[in-house]
Design a protein around this ligand. Structure first.
Ligand SMILES: *[C@@H]1O[C@H](CO)[C@@H](O)[C@H](O)[C@H]1NC(C)=O
Ligand SMILES: *[C@@H]1O[C@H](CO)[C@@H](O)[C@H](O)[C@H]1NC(C)=O
Ligand SMILES: *[C@@H]1O[C@H](CO)[C@@H](O)[C@H](O)[C@H]1NC(C)=O
Ligand SMILES: *[C@@H]1O[C@H](CO)[C@@H](O)[C@H](O)[C@H]1NC(C)=O
Ligand SMILES: *[C@@H]1O[C@H](CO)[C@@H](O)[C@H](O)[C@H]1NC(C)=O
Ligand SMILES: *[C@@H]1O[C@H](CO)[C@@H](O)[C@H](O)[C@H]1NC(C)=O
Ligand SMILES: [Cu+2]
Length: 675
């Protein structure tokens, strides 16, 4: 390192310190700040001074080891002087000279901790920068210009985008993508107007077109009827609403200190990662009876979202997206629009990720946090059996929601983490945006004689069948790290004697999973409750303290196990897996997913069949949707919602919201209507 470098590093470091000072002290799980991202960039670029065109594919917090965090937490909570924070570290994946490198940087000593060249199969996430450059290549490629001329299209109205191409048994793979194009002329809904039959293969490392196909000409579907912008739509509009207000006198009912949130009986931390998007950590709930916070979820996030399309023909067979590992679910997050994406009482948090060149990119209003009151009932009872008296007790349900939207190309995913005072954590997903559409010649189903792999949803437009598999990483720490996974099966019992007129009943038969093999579960095969319990702690009544998974929509993969996309997405082979906690087992589909071969998925890790009883365990849960498009999904899809819950099960001694009172009504100041 030369003197100039040192000076640069020093000044950046000072910048970082002053930033940290004038804001709050960073929580050890806080996402990297813009100054930290800049610091990483400088340190990495100085470490590889001769590297040309170094690109940053991933920069994120290298979070402290779990014991360090827990130690820090307990020291922070105690009255004694807080222990120093664990050192801030960053993990980066960069590429130059066609090689990926992993680098761990210590942000407090501004030094490189370790470096490694990546040798295995698969590539890091695509950057927005390289996708933008690749998408422009066709415009200076003669055969593509010919294709446009042949179709009579105005070049300035053509938009192209990059698509990952998976792996289909090839021996050697390059970092290739396919570039497909759309005709935006007169509409914002470019996905509705594909130039079907045309695709360029781009080598991202050489940044040039290495293959080109113009297989057939079908008409570009017409622009009419594809618009979704209110400003471009013509009356009549409807259905109509009256004005609706959401208001809280005295402001929000939660407190937010940087990324740490406290609300009602919950405390948790909201993190961000360029690949995973939102990360919820250290969720603990205050127990009114025990008079202390109790740990529930150490960490939860979506390590992968697999979206395989079901058209096996040349133009579509490779369309099997891994939205996290290939495209970056975090970098795809959209700025939320106040009032439309989140209610009026929402607060917002920005996010920052490292762009291709390592400089921080801001996503303004990336998260919103709000108290949700939708007029639902938390609990109630009416009692009419007591003579001369009718008793009714009812409590209204209020919860706290952390929301993001990630827009990965055509689709928009709404991800909610909802905390309820009764101890439930409800995880919601909403699917909206624009379908994956294919242009064809048909305008009526009567004309169709063969399989078109989708639904004819408009003239010349087919919505291709596909799935959405959301995999969740759920490191539950129920009252501590040592937990077990319990399957409580509901089994029918035939009555053998004649003491009762009943011939049958059902009862609960519980088994504790000993090893990983015992915890691979496909939901729906038999009725059961799936629990994570702390086998070392019991309620006064003697039940094991636990939380159970209340699954959402169940979908099993319909591809064959030996089909290439399914080999790469083998983590969807079961709805539930349980593994012992291992800091490096984080990305369920492998560290490097673009063009991966499935040799680093949870299906491989769990072959070791490790012990999981009374250990720090991680629950991996996949919720899926098979999507047969319908005409209502066009030109833009009304949100399709699903979700699952983590629900306390013998965690509390009794109903934890027995003594909760409904929120008091807000008294509006006197106001006269302007209408
Ligand atoms: C670096 O990128 C520039 C601009 O894209 C390009 O002209 C140059 O050839 C690249 N250099 C190397 C060594 O790849
Ligand atoms: C740690 O302690 C400080 C000072 O008491 C407090 O402001 C902060 O919220 C605590 N953080 C956590 C995560 O408990
Ligand atoms: C192509 O579109 C541009 C505007 O995007 C317009 O200015 C131009 O006149 C169009 N060319 C033709 C041949 O229609
Ligand atoms: C593009 O849109 C304009 C404006 O509606 C229309 O006049 C023109 O015919 C369109 N061009 C093509 C080639 O579809
Ligand atoms: C953690 O997981 C990685 C990847 O599966 C593995 O190589 C490593 O041996 C594991 N560590 C332990 C302590 O099991
Ligand atoms: C609201 O109206 C009542 C009755 O007209 C009046 O007594 C009161 O002072 C008003 N309050 C405010 C805050 O204007
Ligand atoms: Cu869909």
């Amino acid at each position: 390192m030369d003197a100039t470098t040192k000076v640069t590093l020093f000044s950046i470091l000072m910048l970082f310190w002053s930033h940290a000072e004038c804001n709050h002290l960073l929580h050890p799980l806080d996402p990297l700040t813009p100054s930290e991202l800049n610091l990483v960039r400088t340190i990495v670029q100085n470490f590889y001074p001769t590297s040309q065109n170094l690109t940053f594919h991933y920069v994120g917090l290298d979070e402290p080891n779990k014991p360090e965090i827990l130690k820090w937490l307990s020291s922070n909570n105690s009255k004694i002087k807080p222990k120093p924070r664990p050192p801030r570290r960053a993990f980066a994946v960069v590429r130059f000279q066609k090689q990926s490198h992993e680098i761990t940087v210590d942000l407090s000593t501004h030094s490189i901790v370790s470096t490694k060249d990546c040798e295995g199969n698969g590539n890091p996430m695509l950057t927005f920068g390289e996708q933008a450059v690749a998408s422009q290549l066709p415009f200076s490629y003669e055969p593509f210009k010919e294709s446009l001329k042949k179709r009579g299209l105005n070049t300035s109205q053509v938009v192209c985008a990059c698509f990952t191409i998976g792996w289909f048994g090839e021996g050697k793979t390059k970092r290739n993508v396919k570039v497909k194009c759309y005709y935006a002329n007169d509409t914002a809904n470019l996905y509705a107007r594909p130039l079907e039959g045309v695709a360029a293969v781009v080598d991202l490392d050489d940044m040039k077109i290495v293959g080109y196909n113009d297989r057939y000409v079908v008409p570009v579907p017409k622009a009419e009827g594809t618009e979704y912008r209110a400003s471009k739509l013509k009356p009549p509009f409807g259905p109509k609403h009256k004005g609706i207000a959401v208001t809280q006198d005295g402001g929000p009912g939660f407190t937010k200190d940087g990324h740490s949130v406290s609300w009602a009986n919950w405390n948790f931390h909201v993190g961000f990662d360029i690949r995973a998007g939102p990360i919820i950590s250290l969720a603990s709930i205050y127990d009114l009876q025990k008079q202390r916070h109790r740990r529930v979820l150490y960490k939860g996030f979506i390590p992968e979202l697999f979206v395989p399309y079901q058209d096996p023909t040349e133009e579509w067979y490779y369309t099997t997206y891994f939205d996290s590992g290939e495209y970056g679910f975090g970098q795809s997050m959209s700025s939320l629009q106040p009032l439309n994406d989140c209610p009026p009482n929402a607060a917002f948090i920005d996010a920052y990720y490292a762009g291709s060149d390592g400089t921080p990119v801001k996503i303004a209003n990336a998260f919103c946090i709000f108290e949700k009151y939708a007029g639902d009932i938390m609990w109630r009872h009416t009692e009419i059996s007591i003579p001369n008296e009718v008793i009714t007790e009812a409590r209204s349900d209020v919860s706290l929601v952390v929301r993001i939207v990630s827009t990965v190309g055509n689709y928009d995913y709404v991800i909610d983490w909802e905390f309820k005072p009764n101890g439930c954590i409800k995880i919601g997903v909403g699917l909206t945006g624009i379908l994956g559409l294919k242009a064809g010649t048909y305008t009526n189903t009567d004309q169709i004689k063969e399989d078109i792999y989708g639904t004819l949803i408009a003239d010349n437009t087919i919505g291709i069948y596909h799935d959405h598999f959301f995999t969740y990483y759920l490191d539950l720490d129920i009252d501590g790290e040592a937990n077990s996974f319990v399957k409580s099966n509901l089994e029918t019992v035939r009555v053998k004697d004649d003491t009762t007129p009943r011939k049958s009943y059902w009862t609960v038969v519980s088994e504790t999973a000993k090893t990983e093999a015992d915890a691979k579960i496909n939901l729906g095969s038999k009725p059961s409750e799936l629990l994570v319990v702390n086998p070392n702690k019991k309620t006064k009544q003697g039940n094991k303290i636990g939380y159970r998974l209340l699954p959402g929509p169940v979908a099993h993969p319909l591809l064959l196990n030996d089909d290439y996309p399914q080999i790469r997405a083998a983590f969807t082979n079961y709805n539930v897996w349980v593994t012992p906690y291992n800091k490096s087992e984080k990305w369920v589909g492998g560290s490097y997913v673009d063009r991966s071969r499935g040799d680093d998925t949870i299906a491989i890790w769990s072959l070791r069949d490790r012990e999981i009883e009374n250990k720090d365990i991680v629950l991996w849960y996949t919720m899926g949707f098979h999507h047969v498009p319908s005409q209502e999904d066009y030109p833009i899809m009304p949100t399709l919602s699903g979700g699952f819950e983590l629900r306390p099960t013998n965690f509390f001694e009794r109903n934890p919201v027995l003594k909760t009172k409904s929120p008091k009504p807000v008294h509006f100041p006197n106001c006269t209507s302007q209408h």
